[in-house]
Design a protein around this ligand. Structure first.
Ligand code: HEM
Length: 479
């Protein structure tokens, strides 16, 4: 039964709730974010659904999103098999935990990552090092091609470089580009992200399917992928334990191990929690930034004039004699605006991580019972025609005011806000900025001759991915 004064939405039928309606709309529109945006046109910016066992409220307008994200009673994260199976039956990590447990762990992660890289100076060194490696790898691929250039896939060109900036802080590791196991794990994660949604998946909404159809419902694959990531991280943790010295902390893993052995640790600290944090960072950190970069280069191909303006800014501020650094960033508003626009194009096609009402409450005049899942469809804020005017156009200028400075409107919410705000925003933006600026300084990117322009359609999933595309990469002439 629909609770009294619950937000309006499609009818609920026994067992399935509104699942069939959502499924049909998703098929028609191609994407879950579009299906719920369509519902918002009919029912308003706060849509109430039931999908299998889950009571969900989807927010599609900026006012409703702001209202929810800034209120503590919505700071819960969903509970249930989907959110617990990934950490073997107990809620662990920082991405999908809540209340005191999450607060203690979030505080610890932020404090110690600052020490090992989130601090301005170290982060700059790590990101600059990786950007340099990325440029070198492109130079090697182009060696001998003279002016003709090389056609190469661009949608997935950044995975290992992005992961390295984060993993140097977490576990002191820089992965090699020939690390086949890592490539395999990244491939599995991309596959996993394409087969589940932010709001769950078949076996989380209909938990009986775990037993009735474990293969068909994706349950077995979900377990298998998590087991492999877990095993990989556990092997690294074992290496750390074997070489751990409490007086010389090398990275975040060491800092956590020291707390575990201190005898004064709070009950939320455990070895499996350390592994869960690593898994969360591995998942939250690499897929998001890599895909933002994918969208960035997709649009740079489609909007060559944006690429040329960025190159003119890079030449004026940095020149060609050295690579760009994060210190150049304040003097490069157009490049900064490209970062903001790329992340808008990425997150405008998806949702926030789901929240959960911690008690019976109200939102925008509707009753929200305790334990309802509440999720923001960022399409409603980042692609709102009424606000942005031409949301589908890649136009970095929308973030630059008449004085030439960067302005970020409140409506720009891709990292969320409130207490669960993204923990990796600074790192993600630094990566997108420096990887893009370094590549544009040295190369031109264009649509390969004789091919059609790449599609801006994406692959649906937890985070949207650009469809595979290729670019003709040529060395920029020194003039
Ligand atoms: C372009 C890249 C990224 C985008 C667009 C993004 C976006 C988001 C969003 C929307 C949330 C949810 C906020 C909420 O629930 O209210 C989030 C949470 C989170 N992000 Fe990111 N993120 C990015 C990169 C990263 C990176 C690089 C890391 C790792 C360092 C990271 C770690 C996290 C964590 C741990 C959370 C959970 C925070 C919490 O619940 O307390 N993210 N992110």
């Amino acid at each position: 039964r629909k609770p009294k004064d619950f937000p309006p939405g499609p009818p609920w039928i026994p067992v399935l709730g509104s699942a069939l309606h959502v499924h049909r709309l998703r098929k028609q529109t191609g994407y879950l974010y579009r299906a719920t945006a369509e519902m918002a046109k009919r029912y308003g910016p706060v849509v109430g659904l039931r999908v299998g066992k889950d009571r969900q409220v989807v927010l599609c307008g900026y006012e409703a999103i702001k209202d929810m994200l800034s209120r503590e009673e919505f700071d819960g994260r969903p509970q249930g098999p989907f959110y617990e199976t990934r950490t073997w039956g107990k809620r662990r990590g920082v991405l999908l935990t809540d209340e005191d447990f999450w607060q203690e762990q979030r505080r610890f992660v932020l404090r110690h990552l600052k020490e090992f890289g989130f601090g301005r100076h170290t982060m700059a060194e790590l990101v600059e090092e990786e950007a340099g490696q990325l440029v070198q790898a492109f130079q090697q691929k182009l060696q001998g091609s003279q002016n003709a250039g090389v056609v190469m896939p661009m949608h997935n060109a950044f995975g290992v470089y992005v992961l390295n900036t984060l993993w140097s802080m977490m576990a002191g590791i820089r992965f090699s580009h020939s690390d086949l196991e890592l490539k395999m794990l990244q491939g599995l994660l991309t596959e996993l992200f394409a087969n589940i949604d932010m709001v769950g998946c078949l076996f989380s909404q209909f938990p009986m399917l775990r037993f009735l159809a474990p293969e068909l419902s994706g349950y077995n694959r979900f377990i298998n992928i998590h087991q492999r990531v877990w095993k990989y991280l556990k092997a690294e943790l074992d290496k750390h334990k074997a070489t751990f010295q409490p007086d010389t902390l090398r990275d975040f893993m060491d800092a956590y191990l020291k707390t575990l052995s201190s005898g004064q640790k709070k009950p939320s600290f455990s070895e499996s929690q350390l592994l869960a944090i690593c898994m969360d960072m591995f998942m939250a950190g690499s897929e998001t930034t890599t895909k933002s970069l994918g969208f960035c280069f997709l649009y740079l191909l489609l909007y060559p004039e944006v690429q040329q303006r960025a190159q003119a800014e890079i030449d004026a501020v940095v020149g060609r004699g050295r690579l760009p650094t994060l210190n150049d960033r304040p003097k490069m508003p157009y490049m900064e605006a490209i970062v903001l626009e790329s992340v808008r194009m990425f997150m405008g096609r998806t949702f926030s991580i789901p929240h959960r009402a911690l008690k019976d409450t109200e939102l925008q005049g509707y009753h929200i019972p305790k334990d309802t899942m509440v999720i923001c469809n960022f399409n409603g804020s980042l692609m709102d025609k009424g606000f942005w005017g031409d949301p589908d156009v890649f136009r970095p200028d929308r973030f630059i005011d008449s004085q030439g400075s960067v302005i970020i409107p409140d409506q720009y919410t891709p990292f969320g806000f409130g207490k669960h705000r993204c923990m990796g925003e600074t790192l993600a933006k630094s990566n997108v900025f420096l990887f893009t600026a370094s590549l544009l300084q040295n190369f031109n990117f264009s649509i390969p001759p004789g091919t059609v322009p790449p599609s801006t359609d994406c692959i649906d999933g937890v985070t949207p991915a650009p469809k595979p595309f290729q670019a003709l990469v040529t060395v920029r002439a020194m003039d």
